[in-house]
Write a protein that binds this ligand. Structure first.
Ligand SMILES: Cc1ncc(COP(=O)(O)O)c(C=O)c1O
Length: 378
C-alpha cells in the first residue's frame, strides 16, 4: 500500500474548461475569474468575492483594507499555518499568539481575553481542520473591544455554523484553493465579504494598484478612444491576481464541492467508527461530520513519533498540523506563552483524507492503528 495524505480530485470536466480558455487564448486575469467570483459569491451567499493567487495573499490584502498604523497588534491562534501570522507582519503589524482550546484546537476565548490589550486591532480566527471557531462569541468579543475580524477559512468551504456560513461571520473571509484543500485551483484564494465597499479597492490592489486591468483595457470598445491603454496607479499594489486557468478549474471544482465535502464526511465517519474502541489513539477533534465540512482528519497519540514511523513503514503517509507558531524560529520574536498548544501538538498525527480514498485503504489505516495500539499496550 502507498496511501497519500491529501490528493486533489480533478478530472475531465476541469480539463474541458481549461481547453475552453486555451481556445480563446486568454489565460491571465479575465472573464473566467469574474465568473468564478460570481459563482463563489452565490455559493457563499455573500455580496462580493475577489479572486487572488493564494489565501496567503487574501489574508495580506484583507488586513490591508483597514490601514492600521504600524505596530498595532493582531490576535492569531497559535496552532495554524504560517500564513495566518504572516498577514499582520506583511502589514507592518505584530502577531499576538493566542492559545487554543484543548478539545477543538480553535482560538481560546479565555486566552484571547488575557492577551488582548488596547493596541490590538483585529482577530484572525482559524477554523482548524474545518472545526468552526466559536464565531458567535468571538464576534461579540470583537464588537465589545472594537476589533475587526478576518476569518481564515483555508480549512473549510461551505460549513454552516449556527445558521450562517463560515467566512461571513467576520468582516472579511479568506479561502484557500491550494492543491490539498477542500477544493483546488492549483493555487488560489478568495476574499469574501458582505460589505462590498470595504473590499472593492482590493480588485486593483491585487493587480499592482492599476486602476484598469488588462481585461477591461482589451475590452474597451469605443472606436474613437485612442487611449484605451491608459491607466493610473494610486496606491502600492501587488501581483496577487487569480488567472483564468485557475478560475477554469475553480468553476468546475465549486460545482463538485458539496459532493466532495460529503465524501470527506463519510470517510471521517468510517474512521471514527473504526477507532472508537482504541484507548491510546483518539480523534484529534470533536468531529461532527454530519454537521461541519472538515478538510483534515487526524488523531492524538502520546507515542506520536512511534506511530508515525509505524504507519510510514506500512506505506501510510502522515503529517503534523502544526508546530505551534510561538516556537517556530522566525516567530519567536513575538513569543508569548501558550501552554495548551505547546502541550497538545506533540500528540497530533494527521492521517490520509481525500475524496479518492477507498474503503480498502480506510480499513487498512484503521487496521494499522489498531495493530499499533495492541503492540504498544502489551
Ligand atoms: C490555516 C491556513 N491559512 C492560510 C493558508 C494559506 O493558504 P494558501 O496556500 O492558499 O496561501 C493555509 C494553507 O495551508 C492554511 O492552512
Amino acid at each position: 500500500m502507498n496511501i497519500r495524505l491529501f490528493a486533489p480530485h480533478l478530472g475531465e470536466e476541469e480539463l474541458k474548461e481549461i481547453r475552453d480558455s486555451f481556445s480563446k487564448s486568454w489565460v491571465g486575469l479575465g472573464k473566467k475569474v469574474a465568473i468564478f467570483e460570481n459563482d463563489f459569491s452565490k455559493y457563499l451567499n455573500c455580496k462580493s468575492s475577489i479572486g487572488v493567487n493564494s489565501a496567503t495573499a487574501a489574508l495580506h490584502l484583507a488586513l490591508s483594507v483597514y490601514r492600521f498604523p504600524a505596530g498595532k497588534k493582531v490576535l492569531v491562534p497559535n496552532i495554524t499555518f504560517a500564513s495566518t501570522a504572516f498577514a499582520p507582519v506583511y502589514n507592518g503589524l505584530e502577531p499576538v499568539f493566542v492559545d487554543v482550546n484543548e478539545d477543538d484546537v480553535t482560538i481560546s476565548l479565555s486566552d484571547l481575553e488575557k492577551k488582548y490589550d488596547k493596541d490590538c486591532a483585529a482577530i484572525l480566527p482559524v477554523h482548524y481542520g474545518g472545526q468552526p471557531a466559536h464565531m458567535d462569541i468571538i464576534t461579540d468579543f470583537a464588537k465589545a473591544k472594537n476589533l475587526k475580524v478576518i476569518e481564515d477559512c483555508a480549512h473549510t468551504i461551505g460549513t454552516d455554523y449556527k445558521g450562517k456560513k463560515l467566512g461571513l461571520w467576520g468582516d472579511i473571509g479568506c479561502f484557500s484553493f491550494e492543491e490539498k484543500k477542500a477544493m483546488t485551483t492549483g493555487d488560489g484564494g478568495m476574499i469574501c465579504s458582505n460589505n462590498s465597499e470595504l473590499i472593492e479597492g482590493l480588485k486593483s490592489k491585487r493587480w499592482l494598484g492599476i486602476d484598469k486591468d488588462t481585461w477591461k483595457r482589451a475590452n474597451s470598445s469605443a472606436e474613437d478612444d485612442a487611449r484605451h491603454w491608459y491607466y493610473d496607479i494610486n496606491e502600492l499594489g501587488y501581483k496577487y491576481n487569480m488567472n483564468d486557468l485557475s478560475a477554469s478549474i475553480g468553476i468546475v471544482q465549486l460545482r463538485k464541492l458539496n459532493e466532495m465535502n460529503k465524501k470527506r464526511s463519510e470517510i471521517i465517519t468510517k474512521y471514527l467508527s473504526g477507532i472508537k474502541d482504541l484507548k491510546s489513539i483518539k480523534p484529534i477533534l470533536p468531529f461532527e461530520p454530519g454537521k461541519y465540512s472538515y478538510w483534515l482528519f487526524g488523531v492524538r497519540c502520546d507515542k506520536r513519533d512511534e506511530l508515525i514511523k509505524y504507519l510510514k513503514k506500512d506505506g501510510i503517509a502522515t503529517g503534523v498540523h502544526y508546530v505551534p507558531l510561538n516556537i517556530v524560529n522566525y516567530f519567536k520574536q513575538w513569543y508569548s506563552k501558550c501552554e495548551i498548544s505547546e502541550k497538545i501538538w506533540k500528540t497530533f498525527v494527521t492521517l490520509p483524507l481525500h475524496v479518492q480514498l477507498t474503503d480498502n485503504e480506510i480499513n487498512y489505516v484503521i487496521e494499522k492503528l489498531t495493530e499499533f495500539e495492541r503492540a504498544n499496550l502489551l
